[in-house]
Design a protein around this ligand. Sequence first.
Ligand SMILES: *Cc1c(COP(=O)(O)O)cnc(C)c1O
Length: 397
Amino acid sequence: MPGFELFSDAERKEVHDVLDTGVLMRYGFDGMRNGHWKAKELERALEAQFNVNHAQLVSSGTAAVSVAFAITGIGAGDEVIMPTFTFVASFEAIMMLGAIPVLVDIDDTLTLDPEAIRKAITPKTKAIMPVHMCGSMANLDEIKAICDEHNLILVEDACQAIGGTYNGKALGTIGDVGCFSFDFVKTMTCGEGGAIITNNKKYATHADHYSDHGHDHVGNDRGAETHPFLGYNFRISELNAAVGLAQVRRLPEFLSIQKKHYTILREALADIPEVVFRTVPKGGVESYAFLNFFLPDLTVAQKVMAGFKANGIDVCFHYFDNNWHYIRRWEHLKNLKSLYPISTEVKEGMKYLDTKTFEQSDHYIARNISCLIKMSWTAEEVKARGEKMREVILASL
Ligand SMILES: *Cc1c(COP(=O)(O)O)cnc(C)c1O
């Protein structure tokens, strides 16, 4: 990743198709479109790629997560269990619906710890959202068993792990609904865009209507459509979908390049006993978007990061000090800094953040380094990078 590294004539052609017709809207304008339905085509391509019955494009990955909760009926006062290590979109999407984000610890998979989930379940819990961070997945068998036992919705955020699999199935297709982002830095990009995927027909219909103001999309005349329920505008534009359509066709190629580069870097570090790679649950295959490893302690991790910086090793992240992906720096969430009033129920429901500490998450995130795998590197560049990373780590121990 990111998919923009390898933009080609394929993306340009799809975009030109749209510009030539002038129709940027994904619905309607049948007479003007010259047969081009980029969003619809991309939805069918996603269904084929991930072997899933329904895909619904939306305007972003954040929108995808919001839509996933809305269509499964999550709303005011419901509790949704999510990890401490994720992107800010997770709690934004939950809070947008008036629901309560319940943050719990991660484990050595860098995703939700099933034991921590069990401890966080209350009568108000309605859904669990594992976030498959940095190219690999949560222990989905165990999380699914918890969902079945407690009758909870399972929403997978697969925004950073598109193309990864679990027990032979695409990530995003194991839970009730899966979410993807196609933003500007994701493995496959539309510029801005996202999708939900599901095998549940009712959820798919809800997503189709909800993401377009509740329109039922029956017939061709938008003016005559009815609104079975309230919705919102989470539509993708034809221009964004056009880019994605070219990219989805190239996804297998992207994934194989990621795997190749990942393997070279991993092998360069494999015999350093102090480097422990993140755990991938049994049955899981990574998307290889990132190489993640743990170092002995925070001091070594900080030293390695400084060494990487001094040696031009870019795109490696130490999320402990990052304010986008880890609770430690989410002051705006912890202090509920909102432009508009938040319901008393949500305020009460989030009081736990005043005192709760996440030592187990700190234990993993403080020691983790996550290196993005670029597709545009040459074979020589990857090899030299691996050697340099190895040198820096050995010198930092
Ligand atoms: C990128 C991302 C999102 C949000 O996607 P946008 O398209 O940027 O809104 C959500 N979750 C995770 C894990 C992400 O990495």
